[in-house]
Design a binder for this molecule. Structure first.
Ligand code: ZN
Ligand code: CU
Length: 490
């Protein structure tokens, strides 16, 4: 029906379609949640009727951004407006990273094992014994954004083992495999690991391979916060490639970085190594645009950083946002004693080199992922700032790459890597996940000193055809869906 009215027409836009093709002046017609018409010449939709129209005023219309790396498993339920994300133009989040997923896990009593406390330090949100139960809750209480979830190996270990300080035995591996298979069969897109963290660091390669066996039958992903992102980063990369080859599945290297002063500059070496392997097996990677990292507070990480900021502390919430050295001074304690007093806690570590961050961001196959920690009292600014910082600071201001490349790294490339069909591109028939932004003004509002701030220059954000963010605030719409993986290659 050609004359059927559109639900929405966006006129007077410059369209960046997510494929890295140059922008063009055009218009979009949206109907039933999808892009029904891409007008490639201005005025092509002149006679068309719509229930609603947006005049883009010559600004950019692009696919909604896909956050390749999040810890939003619980945020989707506890803050379904997803303001931290939609305010940046994000329309889909990939959740369950770094070995940590909210399901399948039922917390009984006592403290939550770090790093599972990144999602909930109290434990009451850990109440989904299966992925199916988690999805059911999200289907009856949808969020503003779409989500593509993974199941975490660390979560499986904590659920299946009485002592996570050793390799799993055959019985425990079998138990974890059953849980992993249930998650994948219910619609998880992969398994994530966090072998850097204590509850998983005792897992040998063979255990990971066995737990991840079901990945092959579902053609799902192996996504990893590797054992080492510092001195032994090459060995950690090799373990990742080996696991991918053994299982015959695609791997994704999470938040690629080289940490610690002695390793500054080594991204040239790691990227060459990754490139070499990309030629013979499917490999993806993501990165956040900052030279400070953030995770739980641990003494072992403090030494490698030039500065440490406290992001949360259960016993001492009053120190959130302060420098660790200032906390130690105030308490009259050594740094190590101050860390012990704050635990369980989170921190920001300044331990990367800006040149490495830029080299990794610029690498052709790097996707943008925030790695934001939404439940921290004073979070790393990447939670609210990642996407506008890439578009504004790195693309426009520093000229690290063209805007079309920046958009591709957060849309088309990401959708192709994770197998999110009809997402991440502006094309007739694709889902209408759309971000309208001002290329001149787009910038992060969040800073290390004031991290909870919406971005500048993000005008309108649309998910499945419904507007979720407009004029600097959430609209209240919650059209988010569970996205499954449709693999395009083995
Ligand atoms: Zn991680
Ligand atoms: Cu992470």
């Amino acid at each position: 029906m050609q004359n059927e009215p559109y639900a929405l027409i966006i006129r007077n836009a410059f369209i960046i379609d997510g494929t890295r093709a140059p922008r063009f002046e055009g218009e979009l017609g949206i109907r039933a949640g999808r892009i029904a018409k891409v007008g490639k010449a201005p005025g092509e939709l002149r006679g068309a009727r719509a229930e609603r129209e947006i005049d883009a005023g010559g600004k950019i219309v692009s696919p909604g951004f896909i956050d390749a790396h999040t810890h939003d498993d619980r945020l989707l339920l506890s803050s379904p407006d997803m303001a931290a994300k939609v305010s940046q133009g994000v329309t889909t989040v990939v959740s369950g990273n770094c070995g940590v997923s909210l399901a399948p896990m039922v917390h009984r009593s006592g403290p939550v094992t770090p790093p599972l406390d990144l999602l909930d330090s109290g434990g009451s949100w850990y109440r989904f014994p299966t992925f199916a139960a988690y999805f059911e809750e999200l289907a009856s209480n949808p969020a503003a954004t779409n989500f593509a979830p993974m199941v975490g190996h660390t979560t499986l270990r904590v659920m299946s083992m009485d002592d996570v300080g050793r390799p799993a035995n055959a019985k425990e591996i079998a138990r974890m495999q059953v849980l992993a298979r249930e998650a994948l069969a219910s619609g998880a897109i992969g398994v994530s690991t966090g072998t850097f963290y204590e509850p998983a660091s005792a897992a040998p390669t063979a255990e990971i391979v066995e737990v991840c066996r079901p990945l092959a039958e579902f053609k799902a992903l192996y996504v990893t916060h590797m054992r080492d992102e510092a001195d032994k980063v090459i060995e950690a990369l090799d373990e990742t490639f080996l696991i991918g080859r053994t299982l015959g599945v695609q791997v994704v290297i999470s938040h690629h970085k080289v940490a610690g002063l002695p390793n500054h500059g080594r991204s040239a070496e790691t990227l060459a190594h990754i490139s070499k392997h990309m030629a013979s097996q499917p490999v993806g990677m993501d990165c956040y645009p900052y030279c400070a990292s953030s995770t739980i507070l641990t003494w072992s990480r403090v030494g490698g950083a030039s500065k440490v900021l406290v992001t949360w502390s259960n016993p001492h919430p009053e120190f959130s946002g302060m420098e660790l050295s200032a906390v130690a001074e105030k308490l009259g304690l050594s740094l190590e004693a101050a860390v012990a007093k704050l635990l369980p806690a989170g921190a920001i570590y300044f331990a990367m080199d800006e040149n490495d961050v830029q080299r990794i961001l610029k690498f052709e196959r790097t996707m943008i992922g925030s790695d934001g920690l939404p439940h921290d009292a004073a979070p790393h600014p990447r939670l609210w700032g990642t996407f506008p910082r890439v578009l504004g600071h790195y693309s426009r201001d520093l000229g690290l790459f063209p805007l079309e490349t920046a958009v591709h790294k957060m849309t088309g490339l990401t959708a192709a890597t994770f197998g999110l069909a009809d997402r991440g591109v502006i094309r007739e028939g694709a889902w209408a996940d759309i971000t309208l932004f001002d290329a001149q003004r787009v910038a992060e509002g969040a800073t290390f000193a004031k991290p909870i701030q919406p971005a500048h220059g993000i005008d309108t954000v649309i998910v499945n055809g419904e507007t979720v963010w407009r004029e600097g605030r959430s609209t209240g719409a919650r059209p988010g869906r569970h996205l499954r993986r449709v693999p395009t290659r083995a």
